[in-house]
Design a protein around this ligand. Structure first.
Ligand SMILES: [Zn+2]
Length: 240
């Protein structure tokens, strides 16, 4: 199941690779691989538990509990992007409605920016200067515009952060992890995306778990590749 890669839905990767390459193949969800990369390399396996969230076209997630990557029964543990943050909510790429991805994924963020620019063009002066054609908008441009004081860009990050905060609050209350790491292109927005989440975490009266969690953005943009390589390496070492 890959909502953002519909042509690959149900494709038997493992068998195909084994046949063509003659090698044992490890299959892993990209978010799980990224979480493992951050956990093993960036955090040096120090926290006992971690939630990682990848913010890109899709919103993915992975869970490490007691030092082990959690996969669940069907390999979909930690799929935070398709947990519901609104009811009934915006349509999502997965066919459902109200999913976190429909509010905090790149497509949703850019759609919100274009809608706000159309409604209040004067408030987005800096953004329009940086990117005259709204079709060319990217999260990177939105970050630069926010840095330069653009009100639309700041509002877009505030809204995406607020939606993320709902999904992350639920995930943290459910698992009480030591660390929470944001990864992927959208996490490059740094404090623009972290601040609204921190505000929500601090404001919840029932918040022991929310105040205990260390929240940050991943430093290494390649943590997914690193994690995938590590998982394959670890699996091979286990077999010997
Ligand atoms: Zn969804």
């Amino acid at each position: 199941m890959a909502p953002n890669l519909p042509l690959w839905q149900g494709y038997p990767f493992r068998d195909a690779f084994r046949r063509r390459l003659g090698l044992a193949t490890v299959m892993e969800n990209d978010a799980n691989a990224a979480v493992w990369g951050v956990y093993a390399v960036e955090l040096k396996r120090r926290p006992r538990s971690l939630i990682g969230v990848t913010l890109g076209t899709g919103v993915g997630g992975g869970l490490v509990m007691d030092g082990r990557l959690q996969r669940g029964v069907t390999g979909s543990a930690g799929e935070i992007g398709h947990t519901q943050v609104a009811f009934p909510g915006e349509p999502c790429s997965c066919g459902s409605r109200g999913c976190l991805e429909a509010y905090a994924g790149t497509r949703a963020i850019l759609r919100a920016a274009r809608r706000l620019l159309r409604a209040r063009p004067r408030a987005g002066r800096v953004l329009r200067g940086l990117c005259p054609d709204p079709k060319d908008l990217t999260p990177k441009v939105l970050k630069i515009a926010a840095d330069r004081g653009d009100r639309i860009a700041r509002e877009v990050w505030e809204r995406a952060g607020a939606a993320l905060a709902i999904g992350l609050t639920n995930a943290v209350l459910l698992t009480n992890p030591e660390a929470l790491v944001l990864m992927g292109g959208v996490s490059r927005a740094g404090h623009w995306i972290l601040d609204p989440i921190r505000r929500v975490f601090r404001s919840r009266p029932y918040g022991t778990a929310l105040r205990a969690v260390s929240l940050r953005c991943a430093a290494d943009p390649n943590c997914g590749c690193v994690g995938a390589a590590l998982l394959a390496w670890e699996e091979r070492s286990c077999r010997r």
